[in-house]
Design a protein around this ligand. Structure first.
Ligand code: BG6
Length: 469
């Protein structure tokens, strides 16, 4: 490792995946179905039965990650693989799988970073009301405790809930939102679910600190600052509203154990305050993160609200039409877009670090960042993904600038270690350093082929971020 680099010498270089998008073996070895296994997948996209078949090929995959020089691998545990019904009986085969996966990482000196919940509620718990059911707080806390007890001897870094803000804002799109039949006040219901998640993850953090004093735990929301479209004062107010709704609601609750006042007032005006019980704020305050993990793909831009309510609403994790009365989402003319329509904003990455750090003063780790693109396998079995290298290079440059700004940054785990199935755009939207030879519906050879970005990232890691050419 190069000495005297901008980034700390123990910087956690790695990459991320999630269980339901990468593992496959979705009902094998006693795994119960999750909401992802019972949802209707978007037309023209693969189902989630095989994915990258990581469940069977993890040894080969981890060996490739080790070849890149990974210091960390962020993956998630499928709750219904270890506790098939979400509560009750533990599945020994599920425990065995993650135990071997962890050991395989450690064998190569790769730090496992475990996400407890990444978009895959056990289907049995969805049938019991999912996050609408107040019991979900204890379901999750007990599941988390079981994971700490089984893997805490080897796992130092834990993440609670992946993109809780997106579960709340675009749940139907990623197949996670369950509302009670004939729900009379959906907004209130959604923010009550969100409240249950806040309390559940705080409980999990407190339990982690109690039983694993050496471990570190944090959240993993999707954070990207929202710019005002202009310096018109009303646009500034709109951007503040959008930031509160998308970003600060979550981080304020995780770190300070309280609700963001702008969001609270808005929910009150809509008769949609979450159902809060006595003692909830004490629980929120009792579970403090050791660091902030966040996923960053882009920023957003907002102006004063105008138009009809139907023109608003979140469209994907990165696109938002706005919220009646609060803000209107607009495109940023200074930014280019990916092939899948997401704006690309490396400089916004730096601003996002600065903003998070100045608000919360906790170390940060990037738990996702990356470019979804159509990759082409050449006849001589190469993938020339210079566009991905360009994207990652520009973002790493901004990490270094943010570190020079005094932001404490612990690591970088872009999306994704290996090709996997996108949340709603199938296999063709690839993110990995490692190509998986399969199509949307044709499983082909499933061979693993390092992309050009694989060799580039290897150099980046070896030089601790100094060699970005
Ligand atoms: C994040 C999720 O929202 O973005 C991942 O945590 C997801 O699960 C990633 O795959 C990229 O989004 P998409 O929709 O392109 O798969």
């Amino acid at each position: 490792m190069t000495e005297n680099t901008v980034l700390q010498n123990d910087f956690l270089w790695g990459a991320s995946t999630s269980a339901y998008q990468v593992e496959g073996a979705n009902l094998e070895d006693g795994k119960g179905p999750s909401c992802q296994d019972v949802k209707t997948v978007p037309e023209g996209t693969s189902d989630l039965t095989v994915c990258a078949d990581h469940y069977h090929r993890y040894k080969e995959d981890i060996a490739l990650m080790a070849e890149m020089g990974f210091k960390a691998y962020r993956f998630s545990i499928a709750w219904s693989r270890v506790i098939p019904n979400g509560t009750g009986k533990v599945n020994p085969k599920g425990i065995e799988f993650y135990s071997s996966l962890i050991d395989e990482c450690i064998k190569y000196g790769i730090e496992p970073i475990i996400t407890l919940f990444h978009f895959d509620m056990p289907a049995a718990l969805d049938e019991r009301g999912s996050w609408s059911n107040r019991d979900s707080i204890d379901w999750f806390a007990n599941y988390a405790k079981t994971m700490f007890e089984n893997f805490g001897d080897r796992v130092k870094y834990w993440l609670t809930i992946n993109e809780q803000n997106m579960l709340t804002m675009v749940g139907p799109l990623i197949g996670t939102m369950v509302l009670p039949e004939n729900c009379e006040n959906p907004l209130k219901e959604i923010y009550t679910q969100n409240h249950h998640m806040l309390v559940a993850q705080a409980k999990a953090m407190a339990i982690c600190h109690e039983i694993l004093p050496e471990a570190k735990i944090g959240p993993a929301p999707n954070i990207g600052i929202v710019y005002p479209e202009s310096c018109k004062p009303e646009d500034i107010i709109a951007a503040q509203n959008a930031n509160a709704l998308r970003n600060w609601l979550y981080l304020d609750a995780y770190v300070f154990g309280r609700y963001n006042n702008l969001v609270w007032s808005w929910l009150k005006s809509k008769d949609a305050l979450p159902k809060v019980e006595d003692g909830d704020f004490d629980i929120l305050k009792s579970g403090k993160p050791d660091f902030i993990g966040f996923n960053y793909y882009s920023t957003a831009t907002a102006k004063e609200w105008e138009g009809e309510a139907e023109e608003g609403g979140a469209l994907s994790q990165q696109e938002n039409g706005g919220e009646e009365g609060l803000f209107k989402g607009v495109h940023n003319p200074y930014l280019q877009k990916s092939e899948f329509g997401w704006e690309i904003d490396p400089v916004g990455f730096r601003s996002t670090f600065r903003e998070i750090y100045s608000r919360y003063h906790l170390p940060m780790i990037i738990t996702e960042n990356g470019l979804g693109a159509y990759d082409t396998l050449t006849e001589d079995k190469k993938i020339h993904d210079d566009y991905r290298i360009e994207y990652l290079r520009k973002h790493i440059e901004q990490i270094k600038l943010a570190a020079e700004d005094g932001c404490e940054i612990m690591g970088y785990c872009p999306w994704s270690a290996i090709d996997l199935i996108s949340t709603h755009e199938g296999m063709v939207k690839r993110y990995g350093f490692i190509y998986v030879d399969r199509d949307e519906f044709d499983l082909k050879s499933m061979e693993r082929i390092p992309k050009d970005s694989f060799y580039w990232y290897k150099k980046v890691i070896a030089s601790n971020g100094e060699d970005l050419d």
